[in-house]
Design a protein around this ligand. Structure first.
Ligand code: DC
Length: 223
C-alpha cells in the first residue's frame, strides 16, 4: 500500500477564513487543497435537483448512490464531477447554501462524504478544511487547526464575498443566516462542529490572511 502523505486539518465555523487559509497553506507547501464542504454541497445540489428536501434520508442516499462520483486533482485542488457534470457555481448559490446544513446533518450523507474524504489521502499530502476533519475524518493527524473569528467579522466577510459575486443580500440577513448555520452545525448529533482535541486555535478577527497562513505554516514546520 502507498504510504500516506502529510494531512493538515483546518476546521472552523462559516466564514472563518478556512478556505483562503487552507488554499494559501497548500500552495505554499505544494500540498493538495481539499474543500470538504464542497462535497456536502454537491450532495445537496444533487438532491435538490432531484426534487428532494432532505426529510427522507433513504431517498437522498438512493440518488447519491445512483450516480458516478469522479474525483481528480486540478490546479492543486481536489474537484469532482457527478455523472460527468461539474456543478460549479451552483454549489455556492443560495438554494444550496440555505439547505446544506440540513443535508450535512444526515448520518448516511456524512458517512458517504467521510469515506470519500479519507480516500483522498491516497492522492498525496493534503490541506483539508471543514467542520469535523480533525475530530472525525482524520483524528490521528498531529496537524490540526481550529480557525475562528468574531461573529460580526465573519458575517461582514461573507457579505463582502456575496456582494463581489453579484448577490444582493442585506448584511443583517447574512448575519442571521450565518448564525442559523453555525447553530445547526454545532447542534447536530453526528460529528458536530467543535474544537478537535489537540488543535491549535487561531482567532483571525484582527489578523490578515497572510498572518494566519504564517501561523499555520510555522507550526507545521515546527512539527
Ligand atoms: O464550508 P461550507 O460552508 O462549504 O460547508 C457547507 C456545509 O457542510 C455546512 O453546513 C457545514 C457542512 N460541513 C460539515 O458538516 N462538515 C465538513 N467537514 C464540511 C462542511
Amino acid at each position: 500500500m502507498r504510504e500516506l502523505g502529510t494531512l493538515i486539518a483546518i476546521d472552523g465555523p462559516s466564514a472563518s477564513g478556512k478556505s483562503s487559509v487552507a488554499r494559501g497553506v497548500a500552495q505554499e507547501l505544494g500540498f493538495i487543497y481539499v474543500d470538504s464542504g464542497a462535497l456536502y454541497r454537491g450532495v445537496t445540489w444533487l438532491a435538490l435537483e432531484s426534487g428532494l428536501d432532505g426529510s427522507d434520508e433513504a431517498a437522498v442516499m438512493q440518488v447519491v448512490d445512483a450516480v458516478a462520483w469522479r474525483f481528480f486533482v486540478e490546479a492543486g485542488a481536489v474537484v469532482f464531477s457527478i455523472d460527468e457534470v461539474r456543478p460549479g457555481e451552483a454549489l455556492r448559490g443560495k438554494a444550496v447554501r440555505e439547505a446544506v446544513s440540513r443535508f450535512a446533518a444526515l448520518p448516511r450523507v456524512r458517512s458517504f462524504v467521510v469515506s470519500r474524504l479519507r480516500s483522498h489521502a491516497q492522492l498525496g499530502s493534503l490541506v483539508i478544511e471543514g467542520r469535523d476533519i480533525g475530530s472525525a475524518v482524520f483524528p490521528d493527524t498531529p496537524l490540526k487547526f481550529y480557525l475562528d473569528a468574531d461573529e460580526r467579522e465573519r458575517a461582514m466577510r461573507r457579505h463582502r464575498e456575496l456582494m463581489a459575486a453579484g448577490e444582493s443580500e442585506k448584511a443583517e440577513e447574512v448575519l442571521l443566516s450565518l448564525k442559523r448555520r453555525d447553530k445547526m452545525d454545532a447542534a447536530r448529533v453526528h460529528d458536530p462542529l467543535r474544537v478537535p482535541v489537540g488543535a491549535v486555535r487561531i482567532d483571525s478577527t484582527s489578523l490578515n490572511l497572510k498572518e494566519v497562513i504564517e501561523v499555520v505554516i510555522n507550526r507545521v514546520l515546527e512539527c
